[in-house]
Ligand binder design. Structure first.
Ligand code: AMP
Ligand code: ZN
Length: 130
C-alpha cells in the first residue's frame, strides 16, 4: 500500500534491520526500542488490524516467534523474558498489522504501568460484558 512505511520496508524502498524473512512475514528491529532487541513481526500483505488477519498467517507468526525469535533473543541477547504486544486502531501508530516482541531483562523498567484509579469497578464492567 502506498504511503505505508511497513509496506515500503517490505518492498525494500526504505532500510530496515531485518532479522528474519520468509514468503509471508518479515521481522525487523523497531526504530523506537522499548528494550534492547525490540522486534516487530509483520505480515507482508498490507493488513491493518487483527480483525482482518487470516488464521494461517497469524499462526505462522506465532510459530516463528516460538521457534525462532524468542530463542534467538535469549541466545544472542541473554534476555530473561519476552513481552508480546499488539495495538489495534486507537494506540496503533503504524496502520499495518504488527506484533511487538519486547525482550525483558532484570531491572529494565519495561513493565506496563496502568493507572488503576481511572478504571470503573470491575463488577460494573463485568455486567456490561454479559
Ligand atoms: P504501534 O504504536 O503499535 O503502531 O507501533 C509502531 C512501531 O513501529 C513502534 O515500535 C515504532 O518505533 C516502529 N516504527 C515506526 N517506524 C519504523 C521504521 N521506519 N522502522 C522500524 N520501526 C518503525
Ligand atoms: Zn502496509
Amino acid at each position: 500500500m502506498e504511503d505505508c512505511i511497513f509496506c515500503k520496508i517490505i518492498k525494500g524502498e526504505i532500510p530496515s534491520k531485518t532479522v528474519y524473512e520468509d514468503d509471508k512475514i518479515i521481522v525487523f528491529m523497531s526504530i523506537g526500542p522499548a528494550t534492547d532487541g525490540h522486534l516487530l513481526v509483520v505480515p507482508k500483505k498490507h493488513i491493518v488490524t487483527i480483525m482482518d488477519m487470516d488464521m494461517d498467517t497469524l499462526s505462522h507468526m506465532v510459530t516463528i516467534i516460538k521457534e525462532k525469535m524468542y530463542p534467538l533473543l535469549k541466545e544472542k541477547l541473554g534476555c530473561e523474558g519476552l513481552t508480546i504486544g499488539q495495538n489495534n486502531d486507537l494506540g496503533q501508530e503504524v496502520k499495518h498489522f504488527h506484533i511487538h516482541l519486547i525482550p525483558r531483562y532484570q531491572g529494565d523498567n519495561a513493565d506496563v504501568k496502568y493507572d488503576h484509579t481511572k478504571v470503573s469497578p470491575i463488577e460494573e464492567v463485568f455486567a456490561k460484558l454479559q
